[in-house]
Design a protein around this ligand. Sequence first.
Ligand code: ADE
Ligand code: ZN
Length: 341
Amino acid sequence: MTKDFASAADRAAFIAGLPKAELHLHIEGSLEPDLMFALAQRNGVAIPFASAEEVRAAYAFSNLQDFLDIYYQGMGVLQTERDFHDLTAAYLARARADGVRHVEIFFDPQGHTARGIAFETVVTGITRALDAARTEHGLTSKLILCFLRHLSEAEAEATLDEALPFLDRIDGVGLDSSEVGHPPSKFERVFARARNLGLKLVAHAGEEGPPAYVREALDLLHVDRIDHGNRSLEDDALVARLAGEGMTLTVCPLSNLKLCVVDDLAAHPLKTMLDAGLAATVNSDDPSYFGGYVNANYQAVADALDLSKADLVALARNSFTGSFLSDADKAMHLAAIDAYA
Ligand code: ADE
Ligand code: ZN
C-alpha cells in the first residue's frame, strides 16, 4: 500500500471527494437494467429477459463485439423524448454523487434513427436533462455525436446532415462501435467536414485495434482526444508522440476488464501510461454494462495498481485539461483540485 493512504478505504474516500470530469461515457451505456425494464413496460417493448437479474447475468462478454450486440439490443427500449431525458438524468445523478463536475457525453444517433426514432427526439431528451443539471446543480456538459464505424461513411455523412439544425447543442463528433476492420481512414472526409463546422473531434482507437489506428486518428482525422488508446503502448515512437503533444487518452479500466482488453486489472496499463508522461484519464465508458461509474473505476484501478495520491491528482487534473471547457473554466476546476489535495 502506498504510504499516501492509511488504507484502501482512506484512498476510496480521497477518490470520492476529488473533483473530476468524465470524458468517455456513452449515454446509452448507462441504461441500468431496472430502467430498461421500466421503459420496456412504459413503451410496450418486448425484451428477451424476465428480470433485471437475468439482464445482469447476460452481461458476460469476451470481446467488444459481444458487448455491442447486447448494447444495441438494450437501447431498443428508448423510444420517446422523455426516455432519453430520464436516461440522461439518471446518469447525471450518479455522476454528481461521484464528485463529477463536468461531463462530455457520447450518444449514438444511428442506433436510434435506424429504429425510426427521430434525431430530434434523441437530442431534445438528452439536452433537456443536461440543461437541468447545469442550472440546478452547476454540473456542466458537452455533447458528442458518435458515428458508428461498422456503418458506411455515407451513413455518417447523412447523420451529420441530420445534426446540422442542432449544432448549437452538439460540441463534437466521435467514432465508436466495432473497431477492427473499420479504421479511422474510412471516415476521413466526414471528420474533415465536422472540423470545418467547428466541431471538436474524438475517436475510439487502440481499444482492440492496432497502434496504426491511433496514428490514423491523429494524422487523418486530426482528433483532439483519443478514446482508450491502450494499444498505443505497443509502439514506443507513438507513445513519445502522444506524450509530446499532450494528447489526452480517455481510459476505461472496468470496460477494459469486462471486454477482455486486459485479463486482470493488475495488468492494466494506466500506471505505465502516467509514468510515460501520457495524459491519461479515468472514465466509465458504459457503466451499466461494465459494473461501475467513474469512482468505481478510479477505486478498482487504484487498488489494483496501488496508485498514489499524486497519480490520482494527475488523473483528475488530466480530466479537466483534456476537456473541451474554456481555459478559464479549466483553471477554476484545477484550482479546486489543488485546494482539495
Ligand atoms: N460503444 C459503446 N461503448 C463502446 C466501446 N467501449 N467501444 C466501442 N464502441 C462502443
Ligand atoms: Zn467507449
